[in-house]
Design a protein around this ligand. Structure first.
Ligand code: NAD
Ligand code: MLT
Length: 312
């Protein structure tokens, strides 16, 4: 029996070698399919591999009459309708740790760029403006970094920020005071984190419970001049509330890698000089893309050939 695998987002060619090398697997790579085209084709395939561009909706899953497994080359599975997958008996696997390091490094790059206004200064200089006055930053040393969500990436960011001599306060439902002490950080409720931090970085998944976790009420209790980083998921921060908080000078700056709707072009937040941004690049390194593609490819090969997937 030959199993047919569709890869519908760009994945690392090195990373998908396990699929190409498997005897009974035929790989089709077709990126940029419209939802209608995907719906039409998906019935032929036993497995679907995606990154974050492909939205695997209920409609797609309902048309996927042969589909057995969906592999998400990355952490977040919020682009896949998990309820629909479960109802149709389709297993969903992800790659939970292959991009942790890259996402943590990107968060640190955003934190430091934000503190020192590097993108704004670069932009001015590229436009023939030698402007030193507008680009005075702040030091990270002795500032407090509030980490909301201390999972894989949050914990890596906390460890790196300690290297910048920052104080760390974190909230995560699974964090205990004892664990925080061992990590050399402070433990607090989400309100404690919001009240005490000079910089706040969010690292939760996007769930019903975390949607707009950082909203207008949350901004109210933060310090004046707080700076916000989101390299996790658009939607954790209420973008309208963030816009208002920046315009009202409550928030001094924000660094965003992710948006509620992507691609985010012509977004009103991008018009604000206080906002720096990247187009969802947290996991965009050669290493991370190879790691996550290998992880899901191995899982899909194992599953289709009768073994167990490691990351269901
Ligand atoms: P993880 O599962 O290891 O950690 C998430 C943590 O959030 C967990 O410890 C969990 O207990 C905590 N959490 C859940 N609900 C919470 C709440 N209400 N308040 C506070 N904490 C809560 O995941 P991770 O690998 O660290 O990924 C974190 C986020 O980063 C995810 O949203 C993921 O999709 C995203 N991500 C983005 C990029 C990117 O390219 N920008 C790359 C990788 C991951
Ligand atoms: C993830 O959830 O792993 C990230 O969003 C990375 C990505 O797939 O781009």
């Amino acid at each position: 029996m030959i199993f047919k695998v569709l890869i519908s987002d760009p994945l690392s060619e090195e990373g998908i070698q396990p699929l190409r090398e498997a005897d009974n697997i035929e790989v089709t790579v077709e990126t940029n399919l419209s939802p209608e085209q995907l719906k039409e084709k998906i019935g032929q395939f036993d497995a679907l591999l995606v990154r974050s561009q492909t939205k695997v909706t209920r409609e797609i899953i309902s048309s996927a009459t042969n589909l057995k497994i969906i592999g998400r080359a990355g952490v977040g599975v919020d682009n896949i309708d998990l309820d629909a997958a479960t109802e149709h008996g389709v297993i969903v696997v992800n790659a939970p740790d292959g991009n942790t390091n890259s996402a943590a490094e990107h968060t640190m790059a955003m934190l430091m760029s934000l503190a020192r206004k590097i993108p704004q200064a670069y932009y001015a200089l590229k436009h023939q403006k030698w402007d030193r006055k507008s680009h005075v930053g702040v030091e990270l040393k002795n500032k407090t970094l509030g980490v909301v969500g201390l999972g894989r990436i949050g914990a890596e960011v906390a460890a790196r920020a300690k290297g910048q001599r920052m104080k760390i306060i974190a909230y995560d439902p699974f964090l205990t005071e004892e664990k925080a002490e061992k990590m050399g950080i402070d433990y607090g409720t989400v309100e404690d984190v919001l009240r005490k931090a000079d910089f706040i970085t969010v690292h939760t998944p996007l769930l019903k419970e975390t949607k707009h976790l950082i909203n207008a009420d949350a901004f109210k209790i933060m310090k004046d001049g707080v700076q916000i980083i989101n390299c996790a998921r658009g939607g954790i921060i209420d973008e309208d509330a963030l816009y208002d908080a920046i315009v009202n000078k409550k928030v001094a700056g924000a660094a965003l890698d992710v948006f509620e709707e992507e691609p985010a072009v012509n977004h009103k937040l991008l018009e604000l000089p206080e906002v720096i941004a990247t187009p969802h690049l947290g996991a965009s390194t050669i290493e991370a893309q190879e790691n996550v593609a290998i992880d899901v490819s191995d899982d899909v090969v194992n599953f289709l050939t009768g073994g167990l997937a490691r990351n269901p």
